[in-house]
Design a protein around this ligand. Sequence first.
Ligand code: NAG
Ligand code: NAG
Ligand code: NAG
Ligand code: NAG
Ligand code: NAG
Ligand code: NAG
Ligand code: NAG
Ligand code: NAG
Ligand code: NAG
Ligand code: NAG
Length: 656
Amino acid sequence: MYRQMLFLISFCGCTVFAESNNFVVTSTEATKEQKTNITELTHVNPQIYSMQIFANVSNRFARTLITSKVRNSDSTPHETTFSVVLPDNAFISEFEMEIEEKIYKAYVKEKEEAKKIYQEAVSTGQSAAHVEQSTRDSKIFTVSVNIEPESKTIFRLAYEELLQRQFGRYELVINIHPGQLVEDLGVEVHINESRPLTFQSVPFLQTGNEISKNQENLNDFVQINSISNKSISVKFTPDIEHQLKFAKSLGSAKENGLAGQFVVQYDVERDPQGGEVLVRDGYFVHFFAPSELQPLPKHVVFVLDHSGSMIGRKFEQVVEAMKNILSDLISKDLFDIVWFSEGASVWNVETNTFVDTNISYSHSNYGHLEPTLKEANLPEAASVSDENIHKAKIAIENYENMASTNIIGGLEVGLFLIKRTEKKFPDKYQPILIFLTDGLPNVGIDSGDEIVTLVSKLNDGANRAPIFSLSFGEDADKDFLRKLSAQNLGFSRHIYEAADASLQLHNFYRTISLPLLSNVTFKYVDEVSAVTKVQYPILFNGSELIVAGRAPENLDVLLNVTGRCTTGLVNFHTVQSKPVSSLERLWAYLTVQQILQERDRVTNTTELTKKALDISLKYSFVTPVSSLVVVKPNATDSVDTKAAVARPEGGIYNFH
Ligand SMILES: *[C@@H]1O[C@H](CO)[C@@H](O)[C@H](O)[C@H]1NC(C)=O
Ligand SMILES: *[C@@H]1O[C@H](CO)[C@@H](O)[C@H](O)[C@H]1NC(C)=O
Ligand SMILES: *[C@@H]1O[C@H](CO)[C@@H](O)[C@H](O)[C@H]1NC(C)=O
Ligand SMILES: *[C@@H]1O[C@H](CO)[C@@H](O)[C@H](O)[C@H]1NC(C)=O
Ligand SMILES: *[C@@H]1O[C@H](CO)[C@@H](O)[C@H](O)[C@H]1NC(C)=O
Ligand SMILES: *[C@@H]1O[C@H](CO)[C@@H](O)[C@H](O)[C@H]1NC(C)=O
Ligand SMILES: *[C@@H]1O[C@H](CO)[C@@H](O)[C@H](O)[C@H]1NC(C)=O
Ligand SMILES: *[C@@H]1O[C@H](CO)[C@@H](O)[C@H](O)[C@H]1NC(C)=O
Ligand SMILES: *[C@@H]1O[C@H](CO)[C@@H](O)[C@H](O)[C@H]1NC(C)=O
Ligand SMILES: *[C@@H]1O[C@H](CO)[C@@H](O)[C@H](O)[C@H]1NC(C)=O
């Protein structure tokens, strides 16, 4: 009556972070320069005899499909592990296995339900193994199965993501690491946009860990085919010899084959005004990245952790990054530097010293330090001049008073400085608060949730400051920082403790260093519905804002986009066109992403979780609220998987 589950797949939806030494070979390995015996190196069992990766990018929305074919040539069963590293923002949308010519398709289920099925299955069959490491800002998918003697198994995994424009370009990153040399290895990327491509960079391979180290230019190894000025295809088919060469240059062990990220970058022709509005089959999307705008003057307040745990390499890296960041400030800007350890100190440009604010440790004082801080006559924000920048670079090297971690103290002082500037020069400066910490709060207020609530209350009014949080190293509480930024118009990033930490910091800063517009508001006709976020606090140079929704055909959907630029309010318009492919999945993806972000801002998440789950199930996205399960019926079981596919929400579990 009931089917029995033989095995089941688990999806590691968690993000696993790598240590810097990931992919690094031991030195003995690297120095051994023997003639490579390829026959020996490729003689592994089970063997991946083919791995093909296809990606289609259209309207900046990418779908990547990985097909891996594995053979067990032995006379006993062997376990094989299929493991894929996904970009952090990607959602898996399809997974299936082909075993003995039968296809087993995975279903996206609600998390709890999936767990139940999983636990049930674990008691009767095999469970999955997990890969321990991954590349930065990625998540991994792992499945282990037994392959019968002399047989083959095929894995197919597809994931989808919306490419985020940064530094004036889109970047598609494909992780390749089969873990062995593969006879038939190929990557093929098709880009199909509705506007001419302004540039595409020669694809390159990188380790995925240390920035700008070990980049392998693929000029001579890829075929780039220009189909039209809006469409290209890129093919990369390294044979065994080339895989060995790349393994070596990227620093992985040769028997593990190629381990790296295949990167393709491109951008499309920009509309200087209102951007690109595309409408098709009941959906619209609006890409907005006007060119030719002057950067807004900004008031940047750096709130930097000066606690004891920062002493040493981390502090040196922050200092190194700060020197570059300070050099990137533009002449119209103002800046402040706040240190926090036990208390909080503010840099005084005149005396080139840090002035202790003498704030009390007492919990009850936080939230209303303003009168005290006003009386303290704290130093004025520094203007950007060669002399001031030079002074600041020296000042930040100071190692004094490195003690405990008074996060609320640092943030409240930082917000006070922002408000003071705003009062003095209303609407003149775009405020930005950059907050960096490597640990947990332990002085003042030690509850992350309380800090988030209090900071959000303090950071109110017309010109709220976006707070960008940087967690540094393994002890920082990433969840707390994500929430803090999510509720304060910003976002958070993790800085990996590695040799390139200062580059990571500087690169992060560069993405937010040039605000072009503030209070960007999109207005559409009343007939549109299910529209994603239409109000953004800031548009940064080199990035892009994207709005999507449902829209009737043959109607101009955009009324206007407004924002504040250097010369005051501006109003943008554009002409609508038709995209090269459907926009529905892009809309669904963006909607789920934004609901998930919104979930970080509310206390009762019930409703948003349900909304996110409904879309995840409908569009088969594996998101933080859903899971993926696949069940293989007994061989004797007559379940037709094709029929199961047709059932809504994976009805395979209801078969009798
Ligand atoms: C499926 O296999 C299990 C053992 O692997 C067995 O106990 C069960 O009876 C089988 N179910 C059917 C429907 O054949
Ligand atoms: C390579 O290794 C295989 C298997 O061990 C062996 O048969 C073959 O002779 C070796 N070839 C060379 C050139 O050493
Ligand atoms: C890419 O697009 C082509 C043509 O529409 C389609 O045949 C192919 O399956 C797509 N590949 C992926 C990975 O979606
Ligand atoms: C804005 O970004 C683009 C693309 O990254 C760059 O070329 C340009 O120089 C930047 N503008 C300014 C004012 O720096
Ligand atoms: C792109 O190609 C089309 C014809 O296929 C042509 O009309 C258009 O001018 C080209 N655009 C650019 C920027 O080269
Ligand atoms: C903090 O206290 C020190 C020592 O009492 C004093 O010199 C300094 O002026 C005080 N700082 C402020 C901002 O009041
Ligand atoms: C932002 O712009 C919208 C629409 O133009 C306006 O209603 C709102 O008051 C503005 N908000 C701020 C903080 O300027
Ligand atoms: C933008 O469009 C709205 C709705 O039509 C209109 O009320 C508003 O005045 C427009 N804004 C500007 C600056 O033209
Ligand atoms: C690219 O877009 C054209 C329409 O401009 C379409 O005919 C073609 O099928 C698309 N190719 C892919 C691979 O999606
Ligand atoms: C959260 O909201 C849902 C409905 O939106 C409600 O049923 C539930 O009781 C709320 N939970 C809490 C803890 O307030």
